[in-house]
Design a binder for this molecule. Structure first.
Ligand SMILES: [Zn+2]
Length: 428
């Protein structure tokens, strides 16, 4: 069941109706979906509702089937290319390219990536946050940005190996990392990143929270200092409370979550009042009730020529916030309290759903000395792998939550997946 219809402008609903009707008409994967959404016995299925009334458009959309990662993988790219569009020609011209996302294996996707779409929607999302908007005003130049994440090859970037700072700078953006696994960052590599950061003096840093936490732990340990950017955006994967604590011990900059995916663009941006606002100009979001204020996210893209998405289930769970937000922004759409994590990394116990964020709440409250954790499902019970002190207390807290045995195991490091991302919950 979807949550109550969000508030949007009439223009948003009209655009949604028009774009969805075009997707159904032009994109093979979505062919026939509108017909299925029209209640029988309608003599000739209407391709769209007769009005732009929010409830009418929302109900029409809600009657269509959802699309998952498997659907996007099957028949890629042909089933996702609009009728009449010439993918080969546009690939040759470079207006669109095929890139692979860096998710875990079961989440990995190929994406038709359009520069003309990506950059504007990302910048607009970021500017939903007042501090970011002041630091990075539209049309202004000279904004300095650094990126710290996995260097795994994807899209236009590939920064593995010994590359110069110039080779790692693309469109004025400095990619700091060139070693796939942060556990292999030696002192020299860490010092190089700190030095480059301080030479650039970035206004904004975009980072994987696990990677910045590792760099900040080194800064704290070594007594070094980091230039404080006006803001840091946390993206690429879920943050934990331990990540934030390690980062904030070395950096006074505010940390803002930027939530989205390579295949969807940026969907929500955290504001100065710690709520996530919907990037309404570039997508329509439906939230499917998952109980206790939580919901699954369905995305319908707006304004995309290539690989438009229609009711795409990202496989993520979020926690809904009560509006309006105290930051004053009223752009419409849903307001979120936080991202709870992947459905695949959540535990289903009877009718209870325990998300990675809830596990992190319990672990951090019981043992704030834990630097990193990973819960592994075993045939009977669970093992909690822990870096840092307090493993036994953390395992006890998880045991209370899952109402079953949890064994603590001390680890020197939690290893990332091949993609460079970490997994908080591992299947048996
Ligand atoms: Zn706000």
């Amino acid at each position: 069941m979807t949550l109550s219809t969000p508030v949007h402008t009439r223009e948003h609903w009209a655009r949604l109706r028009e774009e969805v009707a075009r997707m159904v008409d032009e994109v093979p994967l979505y062919a026939g979906r509108a017909a299925a959404a029209t209640p029988a016995p309608s003599p000739s299925p209407s391709p769209s509702p007769s009005s732009d009334e929010p409830e009418a458009v929302a109900a029409w959309l809600a009657g269509m089937p959802t699309v998952g990662k498997r659907d996007l993988r099957r028949g890629f790219p042909k089933s996702l290319v609009r009728r009449g569009a010439d993918l080969k020609a546009e690939l040759a011209r470079g207006t669109v390219e095929i890139i692979a996302t860096s998710g875990t294996t079961e989440n990995r996707l190929q994406v038709l990536w359009e520069h003309a779409w990506w950059d504007p929607q990302e910048r607009e999302a970021m500017r939903l946050n007042r501090r970011v908007a002041e630091t990075m005003p539209a049309g202004a130049s000279g904004f300095k940005e650094a990126v710290l994440t996995t260097p795994v090859c994807g899209g236009a970037t590939c920064h593995v190996g010994d590359l110069s700072r110039a080779e790692r700078t693309i469109d004025g953006m400095l990619f700091l990392n060139q070693v796939a696994d942060p556990t292999h960052w030696g002192p020299a590599e860490l010092d190089r990143m700190v030095a480059e950061w301080n030479e650039l003096r970035p206004d904004g840093v975009e980072t994987d929270p696990a990677y910045l936490a590792a760099l900040c732990r080194h800064v704290t340990r070594s007594g070094a200092r980091l230039h404080a950017p006006a803001f840091v955006t946390l993206t690429y994967e879920q943050w934990t409370r331990a990540h934030k604590r390690a980062i904030q011990a070395a950096l006074p900059s505010p940390l803002y979550s930027l939530y989205g995916a390579t295949e969807t663009g940026v969907l929500f941006m955290e504001c100065t009042a710690a709520r996530l606002h919907h990037n309404t100009r570039h997508s329509h979001i439906e939230l499917l009730d998952a109980g206790n204020g939580r919901a699954r996210v369905l995305v319908t893209s707006l304004g995309r020529t290539w690989m438009p998405l229609l009711r795409y289930d990202l496989g993520d769970i979020v926690r809904v916030a009560e509006g309006p937000c105290t930051c004053g922004l009223e752009a419409g759409g849903y307001l979120l309290e936080r991202v709870e994590g992947r459905v695949n990394d959540s535990l289903t116990l009877g009718d209870r759903l325990i998300t990675p964020a809830e596990l992190d709440d319990a672990i951090d409250a019981a043992a704030p000395t834990v630097e990193a954790w990973q819960l592994a499902r075993e045939t009977a019970g669970y093992t909690l792998r822990v870096v840092g002190d307090g493993g036994a207390a953390a395992a006890q807290a998880v045991s209370r939550l899952v109402e079953g045995p949890v064994e603590a195991r001390a680890e020197a490091a939690i290893l990332p997946e091949a993609s460079g991302k970490y997994r908080l919950v591992r299947p048996a």
